[in-house]
Design a protein around this ligand. Structure first.
Ligand SMILES: [Zn+2]
Length: 350
């Protein structure tokens, strides 16, 4: 089964909304407005959106993060250009020459990241972030200020969602709005009577900046079982083939066995019995599943380490190419299969 056209429309809207860490309000509002009115929703002081679906059994919580990587305006130069800082692990390689959206108190402005013409480029490729500048089409600081721009305003990639080939989608913030989309679909389609658990869906904040924005939400719900839903690296492009894993687009979601950012005190080893149940459920339901051991990333599921009583946790990942760039790419079939797998898990005693 393929995701229908109207559904791609929801996905388009979801990924195009701005939501850098700490500014996820528009995303939360959109998700909340798309949920059935019977859902019990609340937003905590940090901005985490917690949806209680209900059902009988263990308290099970699914978490996907709403925030995306982006930039923040640091200062306005005398000639009108902007200097910026990264919010989260935004790709510097993808920045020069990119179109951006600048979110000011007066609204959204188009902007571009300056790039050296090839003619003038010596051997030194811009890898030094301090040399990056943003062009908003003005000639002076006064003119930029008059547009409503001020330090603290944020920028996101300007990259509307496009479909490619038969089943791929490409755009910004697929990490982790695809996870949010899966949770939204569950909220819209599962009925509490069919669940073998008491289900909470959490759309969390500040994963890309500090990783543990979901801690408050997990402490509030106190789940017995936590399931993270986020993106993972695909290694099916010519530059990455054969490295770390064989994860590829279109071959199903991946079940996480471990992830880590070396040297950052961020590593996650899921509960083994729970992870085995994920594998069994996929097998029983004929859902393709890949194995994930990722080095260089962490997700909101890592938060489980920091919560009061802990919880048994596992994680399901959606393969994504070109993480943290304006051209993140994923396969709609993997999204469908992730939803099917989650739905299967919620009908068994975890
Ligand atoms: Zn993510």
């Amino acid at each position: 089964m393929m995701i229908e056209k109207s559904e791609v429309g929801i996905l388009e809207k979801l990924v195009e909304l701005p939501g850098v860490p700490g500014r996820e309000g528009q995303v939360a509002d959109f998700i909340r407005s798309s949920l059935p009115s019977i859902c019990d929703c609340r937003i905590d002081h940090l901005g985490n959106l917690i949806v209680h679906v209900g059902g009988k059994g263990k308290r099970v919580m699914l978490v996907a993060h709403m925030d995306e990587v982006g930039f923040i305006v640091q200062r306005i130069l005398d000639n009108g250009f902007l200097k910026i800082e990264r919010m989260g692990g935004t790709s510097i390689r993808a920045l020069p020459g990119s179109r951006l959206s600048l979110w000011t108190s007066k609204g959204c402005l188009p902007a571009v990241a300056g790039v050296l013409p090839q003619h003038l480029d010596s051997k030194e490729f811009i890898s030094d972030f301090s040399r990056v500048f943003i062009d908003v089409g003005t000639f002076s600081k006064e003119e930029t200020l008059a547009l409503g721009v001020s330090p603290g305003d944020v920028l996101t990639w300007n990259s509307p969602l496009k479909t490619l080939g038969k089943s791929l989608v490409c755009g910004k913030a697929l990490d982790d709005r695809l996870g949010c989309y899966c949770l939204m679909q569950l909220a819209r389609n599962v009925k509490p009577e069919e669940l073998a658990c008491d289900l909470y869906l959490t759309f969390s904040v500040q994963e890309e900046s500090i990783l543990i924005g979901s801690v408050a939400a997990i402490n509030a719900v106190e789940p017995e079982v936590l399931i993270g839903v986020d993106g993972t690296f695909a290694f099916d492009t010519p530059d990455l083939q054969g490295q770390q894993s064989d994860i590829r687009l279109g071959s199903g979601p991946a079940v996480k066995w471990m992830d880590a950012i070396r040297g950052k005190l961020a590593a996650f080893v899921p509960n083994q019995a729970l992870t085995n149940l994920v594998c069994e459920t996929a097998q029983k339901r004929n859902i393709p599943l890949q194995d994930e051991i990722s080095i260089g990333m962490s997700t909101a599921a890592t938060s489980v380490i920091y919560v009061k009583n802990g919880a048994r946790a596992c994680a399901i990942s959606i393969p994504i190419r070109y993480h943290h760039t304006p051209v993140e790419m994923a396969d709609l079939r993997d999204i469908e299969n992730t939803i099917a797998l989650l739905r299967g898990l919620l009908t068994i005693d975890l």
